[in-house]
Ligand binder design. Structure first.
Ligand code: MLT
Length: 391
């Protein structure tokens, strides 16, 4: 037996596991302190009532002989794919049902999709970036190039024609920086990918936060994207499914003459048995009129939290990006060059947890990420503590 030596090249622990361990050690040592978590992008509001009703109904169906279901279609039930097709139509994007694959979330698919690509492809990843893109490719031993996202380019790197990449990761609105590409900027990436016959792996997990029509909610709103892109999305942030687990991936048939669509179907039918029927019923309820109204009410609460954090940065005169079309605020650490030192200082002195920018890549050093997913009360309290500490 030979182990996969590439695992020697990833850090011992996943970023958010490392943070969780640090916070657990701190709270154990200081049980009297009220720690507020604005670290991992995990939601706090309960599922929408329409979703809960659909989940209950589906549970009842599973308890009756006439309506019980066993294995479902690996790529998702038609009722959910129909709703997703209709959702994309509202964005002006027309998809065939067999271009949509329902899964247990964007993170798993972003890792699993790499099964389709040969190991000698060159991967282009923005830096800073959601660590999953780098870690999964490192585990597979692929060569990774980085496109620098910096304060100078507003954390939105553009294609460099001299860089020869085969697999390109884009995430907009971005995790961790909250920066969002305009449609024109995305068009430049689509043109670059088509010219190079590269594929764009487009992470749209935060599309529900886009509130400006000059920005894209789906890469398929950009001409030519169906010939070069795969899109990953999730109910996690949109409808609070981080613990319920449901997402979807769109693999267009126009991409590589349908080869990748067929390969993904083959991969999923072999290695995946589909998302539970009950969960898919809950996900479909998100697209009912009540479901839409209720999830939008929840998203408005997170958006208001983002404004509270952003206005704290304004008051402190701290440079930041994000918050407007994103649940993340990405800011320059006041008084610190090291983002891990800033993490410790903030935890110790304000009892607030965030995510150090360095955990997302070298260009993240000196920056810090806070999420808007906590409650309004906790967010206001955390901001008051931060303001006091740095005024
Ligand atoms: C994050 O905090 O970056 C996200 O919650 C991670 C994820 O969605 O997996």
């Amino acid at each position: 037996m030979k182990i996969n030596q590439n695992y020697q090249n990833v850090s011992e622990s996943y970023l958010f596991s490392t943070i969780a361990k640090k916070v657990a050690a701190y709270t154990q040592a200081h049980p009297d302190r009220k720690v507020i978590k604005l670290g991992i992008g995990d939601v706090t509001l309960p599922l929408a009532p329409a979703v809960i009703r659909a989940l209950h109904d589906a549970v009842d169906e599973m308890g009756k002989k006439e309506t019980f279901r066993g294995y479902g279609p690996e790529q998702g039930y038609a009722f959910l794919k129909d709703s997703l097709q209709a959702y994309y139509r509202t964005k002006g994007v027309s998809l065939d049902s067999d271009e949509i694959f329902v899964s247990d979330g964007a993170k798993s698919d972003l890792g699993n999709i790499l099964d389709l690509f040969s190991e000698d492809n060159v991967v282009l990843v923005p830096d800073p970036v959601y660590p999953v893109y780098v870690d999964t490719n490192t585990m597979a031993g692929r060569r990774i190039l980085f496109s620098d996202a910096t304060k100078e380019n507003c954390f939105l790197p553009m294609p460099d024609p001299s860089v020869k990449a085969d697999i390109i990761y884009l995430c907009s609105p971005n995790n961790p920086t909250g920066a969002a590409y305009s449609r024109q900027q995305l068009k430049a990436w689509v043109d670059y990918a088509r010219e190079r016959e590269a594929v764009i792996l487009y992470d749209a997990a935060y599309e529900c936060f886009v509130s400006d029509s000059s920005l894209a909610e789906s890469i398929f709103q950009i001409d030519g994207a169906k010939e070069c892109a795969i899109e990953f999305c999730s109910f996690s942030k949109m409808a609070g499914f981080t613990g319920t687990r449901c997402g979807y991936t769109v693999v267009p048939k126009a991409l590589k003459g349908g080869v990748l669509n067929k390969m993904w179907l083959r991969r999923q039918t072999t290695k995946f048995n589909g998302v539970p029927y009950i969960v898919q019923r809950g996900a479909a309820a998100v697209f009912t009129p009540e479901g839409q109204r209720e999830i939008k009410e929840n998203l408005a609460i997170y958006q208001a939290n983002a404004k509270v954090i952003a206005s704290t940065m304004d008051k402190l005169g701290v440079w930041y990006t994000g918050g407007k079309h994103s649940p993340y605020i990405w800011f320059r650490c006041p008084d610190f060059d090291s983002s891990w030192e800033f993490f410790d200082y903030l935890l110790e002195n304000a009892n607030v947890v965030g995510t150090p920018g360095a955990g997302f890549g070298k260009n993240g050093e000196g920056f810090f990420r806070l999420t808007a997913f906590n409650t309004p009360e906790a967010t206001k309290e955390a901001c008051a503590r931060i303001e006091k500490l740095f005024s």
